[in-house]
Unconditional design. Structure first.
Length: 134
């Protein structure tokens, strides 16, 4: 988890430039936020993360049908984004875990488990996986 340490931290990033997708923490907060479209932050989690506490963060997204994006913390939904359908931009060449693609804004923590799926999981699937990973 992240303290409000004044440092931006990345969990996941890709090198898609303005089309970047990421999960990160702002410099002035303790909640996580993610984006799927055009590098613009969309929805944040609402839980204030506690220091020395582990969490399971999940981003479930799809380019058609609503919700386009759902954020989950420990299997509980904490924010949806009902955008218009969109055509995903290219993802770039690299996918980084624990820092931005340029090696800066590092996690400064531990990524215990990572799961990547080729489809948007349902809320019940996210909860089941979060229970297994916790």
């Amino acid at each position: 988890s992240f303290a409000n340490d004044g440092v931006e931290r990345y969990l996941l990033d890709n090198d898609g430039a303005s089309q970047g997708r990421f999960i990160r923490k702002h410099t002035t907060g303790t909640v996580l936020f993610a984006t799927m479209v055009d590098g613009t932050p969309s929805k944040s989690t609402t839980t204030t993360n506690l220091v020395n506490t582990s969490y399971v963060m999940t981003l479930a997204g799809q380019s058609t049908n609503n919700p386009n994006q759902q954020n989950f913390l420990n299997g509980i939904q904490e924010g949806t984004d009902n955008n218009s359908d969109f055509t995903p931009n290219t993802w770039g060449t690299y996918f980084e875990v624990g820092s931005a693609t340029n090696g800066t804004v590092q996690l400064n923590g531990i990524c215990k488990n990572i799961a990547i799926h080729n489809r948007k999981n349902t809320s019940s699937e996210v909860l089941a996986e979060a229970t297994l990973l916790k």
